[in-house]
Each structure stands twice: as C-alpha cells, then as structure tokens.
Design a protein around this ligand. Structure first.
Ligand code: GDP
Length: 365
C-alpha cells in the first residue's frame, strides 16, 4: 500500500506526531494479517460516508480503509554525505510515495533547536538541500555513462541523457526534480532513479498547543505557507503535542475533546485527508448486511484492478461491476430504490472507478 514518510530536523516534533499516529492506529495493528515494522504506523482514513452507509445497511461490522505513515527519523544536515547514518535515511525516503515534512513552528526555550534558533524556512531548506544533494549524487553516478551511450545515438540513451542534464541544471540552482518539465519519454527514462525530490511534499507546521485557535497569527506558519505556495506544496498546521492527547480518545470522547479545543477535526485527520489527496487516492465502498467497507484505489484505476484490491481472484475472474454512486444511493434511500430508479449501473472491464462508487463485483471462480 501507499505510504508517506515523516521527515524533519531533530526536535521538531516528529516522534510526538508518530506516537500519535501509532496510538490512533493501535487497534488496526491488532489485525492478524498485518505485521508492521516498528517505524510504520497504520491509521484508518476517516470518512463520513462510511457512517452513512452503516446507518443504511446495519452491518455486523464497518471497516474503514487505511493509510500508512513511515517514520524517517534522523535526517540531519550532511545526510547526503553519509553523516549520521544519513544514507540509510535517504534510502528509507526512497521507499515512500510522498513526504510529510514536519517543521518546528513553536517557541519553547526548554527544547533546543539543532541550529540554535527557530527558523522554519532555514529548516525546510536544510532538508530540501540534503534531498537535492542525494539526487545529484544519483545523477553524477550515471551521467558519464549516459553521455557515452547518447553519443552512440542510441535512442533511449539520448532521451535519458537529455533528462538527466535538465535535472542536473535544476539541482545546481537548488530546485527539486518535481519542478522540472520533462517530456513523457524523459519521465519514463528517469523513473527508475526514483528521485527523492520528485515525491510530492506536504509541510506539517507544528505549532504550540495554545496557538491552535489562531494558527495564522503565528509568523512561522505564515512563512511556511508562503514558502509552500512558491513550492506548489500544501501545508497542514497541527500541534503534535495535542495530537498525542487526541489520539488516546475515540468516538464521543474524541468529539467532546475537539469541541472543547474549538476544533472540528483533529490535525491527524486533516493530515490523512491531505496525504490522500496528494497521492491521488480515492475510495470505493462495498456494502451489505455482513460488512460495510471502504477500499482505497489510485485515481484512474479500472474496475477489474479495483476488484483485485479485495482479492486477486476477483480480478482474474472479473465479469462486471454493479455500481451505484454514494450520492445516488443516499438520495434513493436504499439499494432497491436506487435500482428501481435506474441508478444501478452495470459496468465492464474498461470502466474507470470513481470516488464514492458503491460496488458489487461479479466474478467467476
Ligand atoms: P523529533 O526529534 O523531531 O522526533 O522531536 P520530538 O517529537 O521528540 O519532540 C522534541 C521535543 O519537542 C519534545 O520534548 C516534545 O515534547 C516537544 N514538542 C513536540 N511537539 C510540541 C508542541 O506541539 N508543543 C510544544 N511546546 N512542544 C512540543
């Protein structure tokens, strides 16, 4: 499944946030089928539609879909040169699909900052530079060989060399790979490099608990938002400390605590929602008397592959999908009523799944 890596300088609140994540997902971890690494936290994706479907179907159980966070602690200045086990951390980042970059936006004289002052932009640039340097090294390892092959007019090599040169120029200017315009062919050619700076980034501004109600008054948050806008990235403002308290609560208790804080959703839930967006993910549902369940798919997935997310047999023996959109189902009031109103669609193997589809897959075994 897809995962987002939590990175950031030391003492910015990563562990506090990650603890909140594992706490929130503690229940999930009890599922016998998932053995998870200590640095991976699995959380359920909050979805109001799931509550509505549960009301309609009265199932024995309701299962939300999940999302993974990987804690990548230890990234420091000089990581790309192998300092502080740097290379290992960079290798870990290579495995994730997106990056949640935690930035310290709280003042607390009791908690030291690695560079001695609170300066979120300087922090962000320190980490981003390490990522760029790591990518640069990848290029340097390959460039001579790519040039040699390109000179022999080998078509693939010409494309690769041209892409690597464009990227190298960008890195020299301190720009990440995700800002470099490449042709479709060039994109394919550089895919195996899995460049770190190609991954989408979400900045997580960690503020003090007493600033939660007016986060935009925080000058550090303002600076991060401005930076992110230029970067084409998004920002989520949280207080990691409060998140770890929220994560210990569930249901009504959690709602009451949030209300008390004057919030309507937890920062973690906002972080999950934004990460989901960032990764181009969507949700379909299966609903019946036994179980109502949410499933994650990548936008653009066709019906048989979406069925395969449940079980590979569903994909192999796919016949068709019976689909009603969540909105149509709710408007009709029941599956039967939706069918009578002609809202139940029969879709074939070329159907592209849509967010909110409520599905019944038909398949041969
Ligand atoms: P990491 O090194 O990035 O993993 O940072 P930690 O999560 O260990 O946090 C470093 C210190 O900052 C700890 O003492 C935390 O309690 C503190 N801290 C983290 N988040 C907050 C916050 O939202 N407000 C305040 N005041 N302190 C925090």
């Amino acid at each position: 499944s897809l995962t987002t890596g939590i990175v950031g300088l030391p003492n910015v609140g990563k562990s506090t946030l990650f603890n909140a994540i594992t706490q929130a997902g503690a229940e999930m971890a009890n599922y016998p089928f998932c053995t998870i690494e200590p640095n991976v936290g699995i959380v359920s994706v909050p979805d109001k539609r799931l509550d509505k479907l549960t009301e309609m179907y009265h199932p024995k159980k309701t299962i939300p879909t999940t999302f993974e966070f990987t804690d990548i602690a230890g990234l420091v200045k000089g990581a790309s040169k192998g300092e502080g086990l740097g290379n290992q951390f960079l290798a870990n980042i290579r495995q994730v699909d997106a990056i949640s970059h935690v930035v310290r936006c709280f003042d607390d004289k009791n908690i030291t900052h690695v560079s001695g002052k609170i300066d979120p932009i300087d922090d962000i640039e320190t980490i981003n530079l390490e990522l760029i340097l790591a990518d640069m090294e990848q290029i340097n390892k390959r460039l001579d060989r790519a040039e040699k092959l390109a000179k022999q007019k080998e078509k693939q090599a010409v494309i690769e060399f041209s892409a690597l040169q464009k990227l190298k120029d960008a890195f020299d200017e301190g720009k990440p790979a995700r800002h470099v315009a490449l042709t479709d062919e060039e994109e394919i050619a550089v895919k195996p490099f899995n460049f770190l700076t190609k991954k989408p980034v979400l900045y997580v501004a960690n503020i003090s608990e007493d600033e939660l109600l007016a986060p935009d008054d925080n000058v550090y948050v303002q600076a991060v938002k401005k930076y992110a806008e230029k970067d084409g990235s998004e920002v989520v403002v949280i207080s990691a400390r409060i998140e770890s308290e929220i994560a210990e609560l569930e249901g009504e208790e959690k709602k009451a605590f949030l209300l008390d804080l004057g919030l309507d959703t937890s920062g973690l839930d906002r972080l999950i929602a934004k990460s989901y967006q960032l990764l181009g993910l969507a949700t379909y549902f299966t609903a019946g008397e036994k179980e109502v369940r949410a499933w994650t798919f990548r936008k653009g997935t066709k019906a048989p592959q979406a069925a395969g997310i449940i079980h590979s047999d569903f994909e192999r023996g796919f016949i068709r999908a019976e689909i009603v959109s969540f909105d149509d189902l709710v408007a009709a009031g029941s599956e039967l009523a939706a069918k009578e109103q002609g809202r139940l669609r029969l879709e074939g193997k070329d159907y592209i799944m849509q967010d909110g589809d409520v599905v019944n897959f038909r398949f041969n075994v």
